[in-house]
Design a protein around this ligand. Sequence first.
Ligand SMILES: [Zn+2]
Length: 276
Amino acid sequence: MTFIDTHTHPYDTAFDADREEVLQRALDAGVSKWIFPAIDSTYYHMQLECFNNHQNNAFMTIGLHPTSVAANWREELKFVEEKLKDSVNSSNHDSALSCNPRYYAIGEIGLDGYWSKEFMKEQMEVFGTQIDMAAEYNLPIIIHERSATDEIFQVLDNHVFGKSGKSQRIRGVFHAFSGSPETFERIQRYGEFKVGIGGVVTYKNAGIAKTLENIPLKSIVLETDSPWLTPVPHRGKRNESSYIPLIAAKVSEIKGCSIDEVAFQTTMNAEELFAI
Ligand SMILES: [Zn+2]
């Protein structure tokens, strides 16, 4: 069985003491491909270094995380734009130590009204601009949404079904999906969207467990969001990609199918979505 962790941050400082052991455990557990969502320019060098050390398994993305949208948002957005341009213009993606890696998605991007609403207007502009970039570069997006559902749909409406009447197709994943079956249906209007299912599904009384009954397996990808959102029985401790089979086991229980089927289908979903 092989799995893909479609959302993991092993480059975070939480892994400074034992990063290689953690990533080896992921490989030993069959979790052989890892998508590294970007956060902002201050994390970039760590993300790139970790990628360069694991080019057979890791896949880079670029983007500005909503909780990193602050007074310097224009510079941060420019950073994303320039990285994308450099990547597209670079021909040496396969070199041993790449400064211009290929990006497999724009992410993570979106809106977060939970931690602060101070920059919500700017968050919406940054999210919209990055949706346009994804359409221009034909890349999937990784959406982070917390306490801003109405605003997310407002931005998607404006940038997918443009006011000018022109509409652009996008695709991607709703990371850490916790919405209703109705929200899932609504997302599909914007393009082919998967939902990212992680450790939360293993929590007692998790609403997403009920929602999953109504979401087909072909629309699900697995993710840890490590070092955060740790699944049971490790809840409360640091999360890591080797816990993906725990999430897959819970999904198989909910969907009434084998864990092999979950591994096979979610791996195929992720490979198709990210072209990896
Ligand atoms: Zn994340």
